[in-house]
Design a protein around this ligand. Structure first.
Ligand code: MG
Length: 216
C-alpha cells in the first residue's frame, strides 16, 4: 500500500510541474513533442532528417535526454538546430523537472517546435509527462512485431507511431502489418507512418503531422 501511494505522489508532483511547463510553452507559442523509443530505434537520426526536411519552415529546438554523454546534442547542432543536453545519470526517463531546467536554456520565443528526445527505453518514458502537446514513438522494424503486445503503455500514450528502418524489411522477419494492427488495437486513434530515417523514405506524412501540430 505504502509503495503504491509513494508512486502516485511522485506522478502527481510530476503532473503539476508538467502543467507548468505546458503553460510556458503555450505562452511562447511553441509546440512540444515528446519523442520516445527503445535505444537504437533511430530517434536522433529521425531528428537529423526532420531538421533537414522542415528546418527552413519551422524553427526547431531539441532537448536531448540521455543517461550520459552529449553525442546526440552535438549531432543535432551539426544538423543545424539548437540543442540542450540533459544527462539523467542513470534514470531511465526524463521528468518534468529535468525538462523545465533544460528549456530554461532555450529562447522559446524564437522557436516553433521543440522535440524532447527522451531516454531510450520502451517502458518508463511513457509514464512521465514533461509538458508536451503530444507524444510520438518510434518502433524500428528489427525490434520485432511483438512489441505492441508486450509494451502496450507507450503505444497507448502516443499519438504517432513511426515504424522505422523499413529499408531493412527484406532482411528481417518482423511484419509491419502486425505492428500496425496490434498498435491500433491498443490505441485506435494512433497515426502510423512507415519510414526509413536513414533513406528518408515515407517521411512526408510525419512532416505533415508536425506542420498540422504547429498550426493547431
Ligand atoms: Mg538519441
Amino acid at each position: 500500500m505504502t509503495t503504491v501511494k509513494v508512486v502516485r505522489d511522485i506522478l502527481e508532483a510530476n503532473d503539476r510541474l508538467a502543467a507548468e511547463n505546458r503553460r510556458r510553452f503555450d505562452e511562447a507559442g511553441v509546440h512540444v513533442v515528446n519523442l520516445m523509443s527503445a535505444p537504437g530505434a533511430g530517434k536522433t537520426t529521425l531528428l537529423e532528417r526532420t531538421i533537414a526536411g522542415l528546418g527552413r519552415e519551422l524553427r526547431i529546438g531539441v532537448v536531448e535526454g540521455d543517461i550520459q554523454g552529449s553525442q546526440d546534442a552535438e549531432r543535432i547542432e551539426r544538423a543545424g538546430a539548437v540543442a540542450v543536453q540533459i544527462n539523467t545519470n542513470g534514470a531511465c526517463h526524463l521528468d518534468a523537472n529535468m525538462v523545465a531546467s533544460a528549456v530554461a536554456e532555450l529562447d522559446l520565443a524564437s522557436l516553433d517546435l521543440v522535440v524532447v528526445e527522451n531516454v531510450g527505453n520502451l517502458v518508463c518514458p511513457a509514464e512521465f509527462k514533461v509538458g508536451e502537446h503530444a507524444k510520438a514513438m518510434i518502433l524500428s522494424l528489427p525490434e520485432g512485431d511483438d512489441k505492441p503486445a508486450k509494451y502496450p503503455l507507450m503505444f497507448h500514450e502516443s499519438r504517432v507511431l513511426l515504424i522505422n528502418k523499413m529499408d531493412l524489411a527484406p532482411h528481417v522477419s518482423a511484419d509491419p502489418e502486425r505492428i500496425e494492427r496490434d498498435a491500433r488495437a491498443i490505441n485506435p486513434q494512433i497515426e502510423v507512418f512507415r519510414v526509413s530515417a536513414s533513406t528518408g523514405e515515407g517521411l512526408e506524412g510525419w512532416y505533415d503531422w508536425l506542420r498540422a501540430l504547429h498550426r493547431a
